[in-house]
Design a protein around this ligand. Sequence first.
Ligand code: ZN
Ligand code: ZN
Length: 145
Amino acid sequence: MAHYAHPSDRAPQTFGPRQQALLSLLCEADVELSGQELHERLRQGSQRHGLATVYRNLRLLQRSGLVRCRKLPNGESVYAPLERDEHHLTCVSCGRSEPLPICPVGTGGLGLTKVLLQGFKPLFHTFELHGLCSSCQQSEPLAHG
Ligand SMILES: [Zn+2]
Ligand SMILES: [Zn+2]
């Protein structure tokens, strides 16, 4: 009797409608979306997605190198399609996050060589500067001396 292994824990090569729906929502939005926001938007559609399913599919899309993720100062993760190579200046006081007009890392990914990567396969990078925005600097002048 033939025994077929069922590799259900492995990522499928093709995406189902749930992953596609997530990816197109992220591509249509011009801002990063949290799992909660994606869940809200999906609820308006015809398909039913539980919040846990949304997070599981987001991990799957990340693992496939299609979606990037970064953490906001409040600990919430936000997602964007990988081709949107965006970086931010984040204020630690008011929490505002302004996009940086360029990617300081560059397409070469810091020029890391195969030797330095030691078999690691880079999918995406994050780069973020934390500090005080100009309005917070004015309202909270730093003490001198
Ligand atoms: Zn601020
Ligand atoms: Zn970048």
